[in-house]
Ligand binder design. Structure first.
Ligand code: NIG
Ligand code: FE
Length: 394
């Protein structure tokens, strides 16, 4: 396949602190094969695209979402706003289990239609790679249905994560029995059908505790899955320790962390994924982003889009909260939504920055970097290219 030459753009530097005018890039088979100022004379290209001095930077990687689900939890939000807690709602069979009922009941076709609209909304905001977790069906048949739907979604690259260990469904009377079912029946099937690359678990009081989680993570790792963990969201727990112990791609939420856990992140390749819009909706503290970054840990940002703790898909609000409430600088927010988010998904060798050989996924805009993560609900006008092809946003 022949190459595409992009010319005349301002390339934003890897640290998002400066830009290089009159840059050109050659893309072959979707990958960046050359970047520079002097176009090689011998170069054979099938197409040349002049980007007219626009700014170009890596497109966004949204590394933590629960975008495939049915039903709404708007009434629960009203209850929470009137003082009923997330855990109280969960104990009465609401919360994750209420989404489970709706997700089990819906047909695969209807679920696909609902989910595709949500995916399109991410793409409109410059997202070229999107992580989606299962975990709203909690039985073999319907978890498979969720993941198969995820496979059919169009637009961005999708990274699929199996989150069967999200909550215990009513058919099981103990966590031990449910996790045993996941280990013996469900994980091997997910593996065989190649439905997910990674496994996630919600480690928290009243959800999954340390020892049972450790056994589950070991079984998942033994089957060849990389892991990621919903960790330390509602309390100081061992989730952050297990993430480092199991060489997890990421530990997500991580609001309640002790100094030792922060130090452990800085020495590991596990990325701390921070989800501030969920913290806004849950009315809880924001994670210690400054402490993590200053200690040398890698920090990524994501929406955590889901019907319960974060019914918002707004990337600009995520970045805005990181800037306003977590003292992250604008360049740190861009890195957290590009290269660090790619690392949080274990795909940083393939995308997330402009190294040669990586996917040509980029945003091209007349706006300035300071126009991004500035106005909640608004992404500056831009073009999105995924693997060198402009994406028509529906
Ligand atoms: O990331 N913490 C666990 N899971 C989701 C919430 C899921 C739900 O409430 O439906 C989260 O916040
Ligand atoms: Fe989540």
């Amino acid at each position: 396949m022949s190459a595409i030459l992009f010319t005349n753009f301002q390339m934003v530097s890897a640290d998002f602190k400066s830009q290089q005018a009159k840059t050109s890039m050659v893309v072959k088979n979707g990958l960046i094969v050359w970047i520079g100022n002097k176009i090689p004379k011998a170069l054979k290209v099938s197409k040349e695209i002049n980007l007219k001095n626009k700014l170009v930077f890596p497109s966004f990687v949204e590394c933590h979402t629960h975008s495939v689900f049915a039903g709404s939890r708007a009434e629960e939000f009203e209850m929470r706003n009137n003082g009923v807690s997330y855990l109280e709602i969960a104990e009465k069979g609401g919360g994750i289990l209420s989404t489970m009922k709706a997700t089990r009941a819906i047909s695969a076709n209807e679920l696909l239609k609902l989910s595709q609209k949500r995916v399109d909304l991410f793409v409109q905001q410059g997202v070229s790679t999107l992580e989606i977790k299962s975990g709203y069906a909690l039985d073999l048949k319907n978890e498979v249905k969720m993941l198969e739907v995820t496979k059919k979604l169009k637009g961005p690259r999708i990274i699929r994560t199996f989150l069967g260990a999200h909550a215990r469904p009513p058919e099981f009377s103990s966590n031990a029995d449910y996790l045993d079912y996941l280990i013996k029946k469900v994980l091997p099937e997910i593996k065989k059908k190649k439905l997910a690359q990674r496994v996630d678990i919600f480690i928290e009081n009243k959800f999954f505790e340390k020892e049972e989680s450790e056994k589950y993570l070991k079984a998942a790792s033994d089957l060849g899955f990389r892991v990621t963990i919903h960790a330390n969201q509602l309390s100081l727990s061992s989730g952050a320790d297990l993430a480092v112990q199991f060489d997890a791609h990421s530990a997500d939420h991580v609001i309640h962390l002790n100094d030792q856990q922060i130090k452990n992140f800085s020495k590991s390749s596990t990325v701390a994924v921070l989800l501030p819009t969920a913290d806004l909706y849950m009315k809880c503290a924001y994670p210690p982003a400054r402490k993590l970054i200053d200690a040398g840990a890698k920090v990524a940002l994501a929406t955590d889009f889901n019907p319960g703790s974060c019914p918002s898909q707004d990337l600009s609000l995520v970045g805005l909260l990181a800037r306003l409430e977590m003292k992250m600088t604008l360049p740190e927010v861009f890195k957290a939504y590009t290269s660090h988010a790619a690392q949080a998904l274990g795909i940083d060798a393939e995308e997330g920055d402009f190294s040669l050989g990586k996917a040509a996924n980029f945003i091209c805009t007349d706006a300035a970097l300071t126009d991004f993560f500035y106005s909640a609900g608004r992404t500056p006008e831009h073009l999105l290219f995924i693997r060198g092809k402009q994406v028509k946003v529906s």
